[in-house]
Design a protein around this ligand. Sequence first.
Ligand code: C2E
Ligand code: MG
Ligand code: MG
Ligand code: MG
Length: 285
Amino acid sequence: RAKDAGGGTYATYHPSMHDALASRIELATDLRLALERDEFVVHYQPNVDLRTGEITGFEALVRWNHPTRGMVPPLEFIGVAESTGLIVPLGRWVLTEACRQAVAWNRPLKMAVNVSVRQFEDDDLTGMVAAVLTETGMPPQQLCLEMTESVLLTDTDENLSRILGLKALGVLLAMDDFGTGYSSLAYLRRFPMDVLKIDRSFVDRLGGETEDEALVRTIVRLGQRFGMSTVAEGIENETQLAVLQEMGCDTAQGYLLSRPVPAADATALLERNTPFPLPAGSLAS
Ligand code: C2E
Ligand code: MG
Ligand code: MG
Ligand code: MG
């Protein structure tokens, strides 16, 4: 409508588009500076054994501790970090930080770190992970790399060799947000995944809608059948916890147990040395 309004108004022809682009460019610059200024922090969310209530490990989740905006969640900047390529150095920073923390805890815990498709497509992902393991002294079998199904979608042969390269380092691989992507079950045979993370959207609807319950039960069985452990994400209430426990899902993660917390709070959770109370009690004998 800029034309109708007469001359001098072209700048506002697509105001929202322009603003969105301008703010993305600004965000890209800010993110680069934030990495230099060390403004990112990693929070840790416990994974809890559904048989014993014990903490089996943590997922590392990045946040941007912005000088004026406060703690910015990843969904507000990961997309731009991916499209600008900043996710590569940022991802390396997160991995290093998480491995250092795991080594400092000095317990047999798993540390899960998210790897985006953009990082996965970087030729040197395996070399980078190997370097961080050496630098930090992290035992590879304690590191679990979480990737989404989209990683498996393109150029399967190249991706398969990348996956095998990572596996050769001795690290674990998890399929994150399982059930939301387009991967066929055949991929699960082809790609040596160690962990299936059942997406929050399915966990959300547990304890009512029987179809979702059947779906989650199927994923848990699939995991058992293929020798993959199952983690349910986004547990917010006791009902979900009880249903998952009854299904034989291995591990639980969600606000009900703990939100992602700063390293010091995660350390306090570990030092408490008390299992989380489970609806059906401890199933461990
Ligand atoms: P994700 O890997 O699926 O991580 C789980 C997300 O669910 C986290 O959000 C976590 O805080 C949230 N969550 C956990 N329990 C609950 C619950 O009970 N209820 C609800 N509503 N949410 C729950 P967060 O930290 O905001 O991270 C969002 C996404 O950003 C992550 O999803 C992951 O895809 C991405 N991300 C986070 N950190 C990194 C990173 O270091 N690198 C990369 N590449 N991506 C990251
Ligand atoms: Mg994840
Ligand atoms: Mg997830
Ligand atoms: Mg998710």
